[in-house]
Design a protein around this ligand. Sequence first.
Ligand code: F6P
Length: 323
Amino acid sequence: MARIGVLTSGGDAPGMNAAIRAVVRSGIAAGFEVAGFRHGYTGLIAGDWRPLGPREVGGVMHLGGTMLGTTRCETLRTEAGRAQALRSLETAGIAALVVIGGNGSQTGAHELARQGAPVIGIASTIDNDLYGADVTIGATTAVDVALQSIDRLRVTAASMRRAFLVEVMGRDCGYLALTAGLAGGAEAIVVPEEATDPATVAEELRAAYARGKSHAIAVVAEGAAHDGDALMDYFRAHRERLGFEMRLTKLGHVQRGGAPGAFDRMLGTTLGAAAIDAAVGRRYGRLIGLRDGKPAETALDEVAGKTRRADVRLLELARVLAR
Ligand code: F6P
């Protein structure tokens, strides 16, 4: 019986477990055995895998993180590491390898595919920065987690008439900041895609108080030219002139470990099943991602090494709605 391998790689994202479950159960229904590699490419290189049956993937769909474990594997960036990964695939008798992960992971998948490995990627990262996917597994849950914090911070901000900077993850993409900022009703949003100088952010917050608001919140992407620390430095230096107090909250990794919401469970489920369809059709070297509401396949060639930008047109809408 042909065997499918599955691994999760890079930063964990809520909904990865739903994708693993769908790969396993759809794979078995399509007549494959399924092997789960532990800790991403590290497990692949070490030949560390175990058979996954329907029961092994029971009770995981509602959990964040990944039941298989994950790493950022430096060894796969080396030629020797990739050669070892290819040997492992052969030794384990893998007919197709499903790689669930984000940008770095799909770039690794692309390298393996270029060397002839039958690889199929599934778009999964809270950053939502992958080409070939309108929205990636984990992104909407991460936004929800950020929103819970922003909602609470607004209560404190309003009570004390303080301003807050909330720094969110996203690496070089502003999707998380833009979406959480818009949905959280932020007075200012700072993203890597658009240069913003600290004086403008300060003015946006000051103007919010001048319009009679009791709070002012800026959501800042960690990858912005002026991140949370840089903005705080500016505010400290100009505290007297600005006339309001500012606090910085960095949400950091708490955004990643949330329990997947309905959307991410469905996304993991449909993309996992679509990866098995691609395996049955022997369509390798592709990324499975949601495009126009449906699972779609994009050549890894077009995905690897690129970062999709957030839709900065939404910044204008955010400015209008912050009034
Ligand atoms: O790619 C997901 C992500 O959470 C980014 O938003 C963040 O910059 C990075 O991973 C953090 O990486 P690590 O967990 O390795 O510190």
